[in-house]
Ligand binder design. Sequence first.
Ligand SMILES: Cc1cc2nc3c(=O)[nH]c(=O)nc-3n(C[C@H](O)[C@H](O)[C@H](O)COP(=O)(O)OP(=O)(O)OC[C@H]3O[C@@H](n4cnc5c(N)ncnc54)[C@H](O)[C@@H]3O)c2cc1C
Length: 538
Amino acid sequence: VRAGDHGTRQRSWYGWGWLEDAVGPVERDGLADLLAMRFGPTDTRTAPPEVSEIALRPARLARIPDSLAPIIQQTPVDRAGHTYGKAFRDVARAFARRWDHPPDAVAYAESEADVVAVLDWACDARYAVIPFGGGSSVVGGVEADLTGAALADRPVVSLDLTGLRGVLEVDAASACARIAGGTFGPDADAELRRHGLTMRHYPQSYEHSTVGGWVATRAGGHFATGPTHIDDSVLSTRCVTPQGISTSRLVPASGAGPSPDRLFIGSEGILGVISEVWLRVHPRPIHRASASVRFAQLQQGAGAVQQLAQSGLQPANCRLLDATEAQSAGVTDGSVVLLLGFESHDHPVDTALARATEIAADHGGSVRGGPSLGGAAGSDAAGWRAAFLRAPYLRDAMLSLGCIAETFETACTWREFPAFDAAVRDAVESALHSICGAGSVGMRFTHVYPSGPAPYYTVIAPGRPGDPMSLVAQWDEIKAAASEAIIGAGGTITHHHAVGRVHRPWYDRQRPAVFAAALRGAKQALDPTGSLNPGVLL
Ligand SMILES: Cc1cc2nc3c(=O)[nH]c(=O)nc-3n(C[C@H](O)[C@H](O)[C@H](O)COP(=O)(O)OP(=O)(O)OC[C@H]3O[C@@H](n4cnc5c(N)ncnc54)[C@H](O)[C@@H]3O)c2cc1C
């Protein structure tokens, strides 16, 4: 599997991240001991799949034109490596050595002209085409399972876009940059750094996801307030559709009718391929201040965060961890923890931090300090950050130990939050109890807005004995219970993970019917053969 211009390290074709960073036997045994203390011992040790174990149905393409042959691959590892995204259920199926719906070929586009040629060929032949960026989707967005879609048995081409890469133009005066759609996060930032600039967009999957993928999924970066969704950064899009290329005008803002960019932001590969975007970029911050605050009760912390989100202070970090999440980050006294951080390229931020900690204290928080407060904020934040970056690797290791480890996310209003959170926890805890017999649910706020938080839940449970496919079935039941609770309690089925194939049933209930009809009309106009990512969104 090609790694784009991603340095010399090799990306895992079946699991999260860099192959060399996968959890080794010693770390895995340590993890097994921790899990044994919580859930009882397990003998399960499923080894990751080897390339030699890949068994796929034969490719079904009738003909590959000579002009495209150099960029098309049909090897087992290319096809298996483009069969899934990187959700728990994706990695579990790879650990089960199951690739039931592989794409028939992978086209590695190296230019926009390649994208046009692949779309022309595939649409003419009535093949399906699935745009594939970093492949970090956690919602089945890149999966070639067309069950339920029109012409479900047609051949599928996975269109790998990581050859469309690089920062193509920087307009420093206007603080924006034109970036190719297949560029991985760190590669774009490395080029921008030479201009003293950054995209300031850091999803947890930053290293292994692409700019075009972010725009296609409305990704959320990890700043808690202010511009943090990719929506906030997009100034203009260039999108290759089967009916031609749409390029929106580069202007700082526009009131000229419905926004063409809004049509493509969040379109999840069903309307076209985002080949380039102009993103807002920012000078690199030089002023920083942080603190950590501990609360006895979750609702105290939530009250503080609500006031902070409405204060106009705009903390970069305002991450509330419930006691379960805080424990994973090394805070073992049962506290709820609020990690606060401010940053600026322009002005000192100590005053903002001082006011924020005052607000937190008013809600019963005990401030652990920060650089300007002489306390232990650094260790809470560093512990959390290390755990955050390692988490997806540990998830794969827990899977190999027969455990379920997965997350889901949403957003709701402040008024709804207490009842909403209780309903979601109740639903998931009772599903865990009946399906796995045990398990835990932790929650943190990843983003906070004046009108409400984006709660993000982490589920860890001992799977019932069985192969990794049975873990998939168990997780699907738990996830369905969570999704029902979220939609029932008035939240959104996704705040930043997108819809894909996994969230479709609940997304269909969430969106207005009239909007669905309009989206269908746009799809028909831009992709009349229905070739692009069938089954996603529509
Ligand atoms: C461990 C982990 C952590 C994550 N953390 C975050 C997070 O913090 N924030 C967040 O928002 N998400 C997160 N995600 C989800 C995922 O990383 C995002 O959805 C990301 O934006 C996907 O980018 P990608 O390049 O990997 O796209 P892919 O996974 O390749 O594709 C995602 C969807 O977009 C379409 N697509 C991709 N590229 C294009 C393009 N150029 N043009 C048109 N359509 C395209 C695909 O067809 C698919 O429907 C995480 C995932 C994992 C596994």
